[in-house]
Design a protein around this ligand. Sequence first.
Ligand SMILES: C[S@@+](CC[C@H](N)C(=O)[O-])C[C@H]1O[C@@H](n2cnc3c(N)ncnc32)[C@H](O)[C@@H]1O
Length: 235
Amino acid sequence: MRFDKCAHSYDANAAPQRAFAARVAGFIQIAPGEGVLELGAGTGALTRHLSVIGGANIHATDASPAMVSLGRAAIPAVRWSELDAFQGPVPRAELQVSSGLLQWADEEACVLRRWKAALVPGGRMVHAVPCEPCLSEWRAIIQESPVRWRDENGWCRVFAGAGLRVRRRQFWVDSVVFPSALDMVGAMHRSGITGRARLGPGRLRQAMRTYDDRHRGPRGVVATWAWLAVEAVPE
Ligand SMILES: C[S@@+](CC[C@H](N)C(=O)[O-])C[C@H]1O[C@@H](n2cnc3c(N)ncnc32)[C@H](O)[C@@H]1O
């Protein structure tokens, strides 16, 4: 993924992620005064909703300096820091949250085990991830993907494998319309979620033509986006 490079074009190209972040914020249910550590906060799609909850004490972090600088400018009331959430320890917190981060880890259960170790006694975590059938139409055409895809139960097994008990979970699915497959792929690219170019230009063009043929409706091409939020506590 190319988040630091694409930080300035992320907001304009991440409408699905923003829509899910708003719902994740509603799911979290912050208690007044609760200390919240947000990981992979990006430009603050989730942070901005959490920051308006009275008395919330939020520390937003991201590995990308460009994302942190944009987030800080957009939501200055919150404390911002650069933090790689997949390497080394994360700060202790009563509540740890993220939206659209955990799926980027190579070893999700190892990462969750380290995050669990940073919860204060009685603490909880809410992490939200894209989930099957997110982008399934595109993945039916292009099998290569920068992330490992799981359904709801698969994600719950990852949490259980890290010694976490899932207390609540919520799944959302949206149909997102783009004018064409080229616009859809362009938005993914400009949001930074695509990795190193793996397909040659010929194969990419062919894949977009196939997508347009299969998924064009009256308003453009349709893509399924699906997101899962999980609240978990140490076993
Ligand atoms: C899909 S964006 C989600 C951003 C934001 N939470 C949202 O909902 O729009 C993923 C974010 O995770 C960050 N990220 C990726 N790897 C990371 C890591 N190892 N530690 C912390 N942040 C990371 C990226 O810089 C990017 O801002």
